[in-house]
Write a protein of this length. Structure first.
Lengths: 263, 621
């Protein structure tokens, strides 16, 4: 039995009377790929925002590696080992591709004013390491993001490559868990199939645990160990893809209740 | 990767339009705008104040220049049309000339009307700025009827000239503008050139200068003619070579580029070290003032340009530096200080200056930094004033001298060898230069470090930067502290230079001026910030420091404002832009160019679906 990484107990958040999430229980074990699905407005992104510290829950607890994440700032959560991507790609568009992954290593590095001003040996060594790690992470996506691209601004990338760069940026923070918010949104079937395989490699080759929000059911089916279905801020189903996809509650949440027979 | 895809404007031309084929409404609105601007300039009394400064003796003063350039520029601009790459455009002809003339005529009519009104009605009450000399100037020291009549032909001629410029070939236009610019430049920079010529007297420079300039100021007629010809000749023959040299420099890559940059930097540095030896007091004083603002602007550039924190109270740190250095080195300290407190050397005091400025940066920064955008700007504005009012207050008056300020501040002792004081502007300049070099080094190193990258990320998107593991509060505080320390250097030098500090040396205007310097020069670019200081502080003058054009001192803020608005509209990235910022401000154009060069990535391995993946080169909002 692998180690339990993340446990979420009775997590709730209300935005002025609206229950975005209600008594949510959730867990992730080390090395798992868990998908979170649900119709629009089910609270999936709020759920991610809460784990990454951008939204404070009203009640409940988030335990990561045995310690509570409640009250931590987003940067502390990232430092603890949870990185994320965003649904509406939010790169640093005017920084170069390499700088995007270099800046993501901020919480793993130490050098400050002193080192930069006096160009100390540890400073130079660290800069070298940051650069090498950045290039290593980028080369995970083949040749798309390396070579002459390294010094181009992220703004010139195609949509699919921006998504890839976002994943690379999350990888660069050296996390334990990566939260992927709709990683294949806007990609064509071929690209999403390729990315699905890469998500598998994120676990097998890099050892990341992955929690993923996704609407594309073929991706969810191909890669996830477990699927959690949210609707109206509550878990309505939980299990393997096969279990969940045949669950009547889930079908109802997506397709609506069958019309009542006229009496 | 080549620029072969970028198309030149088509050489094909549509036939010229008929002269009366005008956009009359545009023409009229430009004419009225010109009339308004000219009347406004006249009513600020600028022509009268500037009339004292002769450009070409005895025919042309800066006062007339302030009015004359307007019709010509409007006459040119009214028929400006965008030239689209690859699209044919209309040939230029009599239509453009007519439009220019009409606009000039309407503008001239505006001044005629003003002359008439000033002569016949008492407008002193609502329009306080104009003086009887204005009427005299507007009527060219003849009787008023002449003045009323003469502005119509003047407007007409100048406007026509502006319109005619459309018909000139590119070379002609270049030759004319260079001739004009060289005359004006030499006339405007008279003080510096005279000063230089004294330093280079052994080269026979004085003889040249005596020929060029009239004794009581202004170029001589033949001097102006020589300069015009020289400027024109350079434009016709020398400019291409200069252009090619620049292009070949820009084409350099890798190590040779680095080496060329290093050589350029060395030459500039050597010039800055050697040149002051040949300059007189006035120019050195000017350079020292520019240097003080370079120091301030470099500091603010870290805060605003790199970290994106709009700090409107930056003067606070300037004040803290000035007061700390002043109080610690003065012989005439406020009565509340205990007797045992020694009088420090400036160098020792500087240690305290740095510590205090850093602490002030932390204390002001800590509450402010959690705010964003407009709120932050307003709060910093408040803190800037609070610091000044504290120094002015009765509460701290025993320590800071309240309104009397701190006087009798000693100079800077350099290893007991010499004392740098305001009476020796050259020494002050070298002192400022030393600290500017430090500031440049600090900015340059920090930009390319872990901290610099964090600042850039925060400027781009603060919430994402935080989600990517950057402790935004710490990083922003760091920017605040570094900026504060650089400003405090400037304050400490100011105290030693002037020998006294007063609360009203640190008014809010100083913050604004520094910010304008950074914006106009080019936010986020070290060279830009320096250029901005030279242009604004050196030529126009700082909040309390006279610039090269002392006649403009009354209109300094007006010109700052106009310049700022114009820059925001036409060149928001500044005079010497930062690559990154230019990209940010012109992202659409940048992406278009990148697309034309074939640099936009189209996922070549999936060419069949490059349409479907949203590759429009437009970022999601």
């Amino acid at each position: 039995m692998s180690r339990r990484l993340l446990t979420i107990n009775k997590l709730s958040v209300t935005f002025g009377g609206l229950h975005a999430l209600k008594d949510l229980d959730f867990y992730v074990d080390e090395g798992e790929i868990v998908s979170v699905i649900g119709p629009n407005g089910a609270g999936k992104t709020t759920f991610f925002n809460m784990i990454s510290g951008m939204v404070t829950p009203t009640s409940g607890d988030i335990i990561f590696k045995g310690e509570s994440l409640l009250g931590l700032d987003p940067n502390q959560v990232t430092a603890a080992g949870i990185a994320r991507t965003f649904q509406n790609v939010r790169l640093f568009a005017n920084m170069t591709i390499l700088e995007n992954v270099m800046v993501a290593q901020h919480c793993r590095t130490r050098q400050g004013l002193w080192g930069a001003l006096f160009q100390t040996r540890p400073f130079k060594r660290e800069e070298q390491e940051i650069r090498e790690h950045g290039e290593k992470v980028l080369s995970f996506f083949g040749t798309r993001l390396v070579g002459y691209r390294l010094d181009q601004p992220a703004a010139v990338l195609s949509y699919a490559n921006r998504r890839r760069l976002e994943i690379a940026r999350a990888m660069a923070t050296k996390p334990t868990i990566i939260l992927l918010d709709e990683p294949v949104a806007g990609m064509n079937p071929k690209e999403s199939a390729a990315l699905t395989q890469l998500i598998g490699e994120l676990r097998s080759d890099w050892g990341f645990t992955i929690v993923m929000i996704e609407h594309d059911m073929s991706v969810v089916r191909d890669v996830s160990d477990r699927v959690v279905v949210l609707d109206h801020g509550e878990t309505i189903a939980h299990g393997t893809y096969e279990e969940v996809s045949t669950n009547p509650d889930v079908i109802e949440a997506y397709l609506g209740r069958p019309a009542e027979e006229p009496a | 990767m080549s620029a072969a895809f970028v198309q030149e404007p088509s050489t094909e031309e549509l036939p010229a339009r008929r002269p009366l084929d005008q956009d009359w409404r545009k023409l009229l609105s430009y004419g009225l705008l010109l009339a308004l601007v000219m009347v406004f300039v006249a009513l600020t009394n600028m022509p009268v104040n500037l009339d004292r400064r002769m450009l070409i003796e005895p025919i042309f003063s800066m006062g007339y220049l302030s009015l004359f350039w307007l019709p010509a520029v409007f006459g040119l601009v009214v028929c400006r049309e965008p030239v689209l790459a690859g699209m044919p455009s209309y040939a230029k002809g009599s239509r453009e000339v007519l439009a220019g003339s009409l606009v000039g005529l309407i503008g001239g009519a505006g001044l005629s009307m003003l002359t008439f009104l000033l002569d016949n009605f008492n407008l002193r009450e609502p329009l306080v700025n104009w003086s009887p000399q204005l009427l005299e100037l507007l009527s060219f020291r003849q009787d008023t009827a002449f003045g009323i009549a003469i502005w119509l032909p003047i407007g007409l001629v100048l406007g026509t000239f502006g319109g005619l410029a459309h018909l000139f070939s590119a070379t002609t236009r270049r030759v004319l503008s260079w001739a004009f610019v060289s005359v004006i430049t030499f006339a405007v920079f008279e003080t510096v050139i005279l000063d230089l010529s004294e330093g280079f007297a052994w080269l026979g420079a004085e003889w040249v200068v005596d020929e060029l300039y009239f004794i009581r100021g202004g170029l001589t007629m033949h001097g102006a003619a020589v300069l015009a010809v020289a400027g024109g000749l350079f434009a016709a023959f020398g400019r291409d070579r200069a252009h090619r040299a620049k292009e070949s420099f820009q084409a350099l890559e890798g190590t040779s580029r680095t080496r060329a940059n290093a050589i350029g930097l060395l030459v500039v540095a050597a010039a800055l070290v050697i040149l002051p030896l040949f300059l007189g007091g006035i120019t050195n004083e000017l350079l020292a003032n520019v240097g003080l603002f370079v120091l301030l602007a470099l500091g603010l550039n870290i805060v605003v340009g790199l970290a994106g924190i709009l700090d409107l109270g930056y003067v606070a740190f300037f004040a803290i530096g000035g007061y700390t250095a002043g109080i610690l080195t003065t012989t005439n300290r406020g009565e509340s200080w205990p007797d045992w407190m020694p009088q420090f050397y400036w160098g020792t005091a500087l240690v305290f200056v740095v510590i205090l400025a850093a602490l002030a940066g932390l204390f002001i920064g800590a509450p402010v930094i959690r705010m964003r955008g407009d709120y932050l700007a307003i709060v910093t504005l408040g803190f800037g004033e609070i610091i000044r009012l504290l120094f002015l207050s009765d509460w701290l008056g025993g320590y800071t001298g309240a309104a009397q300020g701190v006087t009798n501040i000693g100079g800077v002792q350099v290893f007991g060898l010499a004392t740098v004081k305001g009476t020796d502007p050259r020494a002050v300049f070298y002192l400022v230069l030393f600290f500017c070099a430090i500031a440049i080094y600090v900015s340059w190193r920090l930009e390319r470090s872990r901290l610099g990258r964090a600042w850039m990320a925060i400027r781009e998107d603060e919430s994402v930067a935080e989600a990517m593991g950057i402790n935004t509060v710490n990083a922003k505080l760091m920017a605040f502290v570094v900026g504060a320390v650089l400003a405090s250097f400037s304050g400490a030098i100011l105290a030693a230079k002037v020998g006294s500090v007063f609360p009203n040396s640190f008014i809010i205007l100083v913050s604004i001026v520094i910010l304008v310097v950074v914006i106009v020069g080019g936010m986020g670019n070290i060279a830009g910030v320096i250029v901005g200081s030279v242009v604004l502080i050196g030529i126009l003058g700082g909040p309390r420091q006279p610039g090269l054009l002392q006649e403009f001192s009354e209109y300094k803020l007006l010109i700052y404002g106009v310049l700022l608005i114009w820059m925001m509209l036409k060149r928001p990235e500044g005079l010497v832009p930062n690559v990154r910022r230019t990209r940010e401000l012109h992202q659409d154009e940048y992406l278009q160019d990148a697309w034309l060069r074939g640099e936009i990535d189209t996922d070549s391995e999936h060419t069949d679906d490059s349409h479907s993946n949203g590759n429009t080169g437009v970022l999601p909002a």
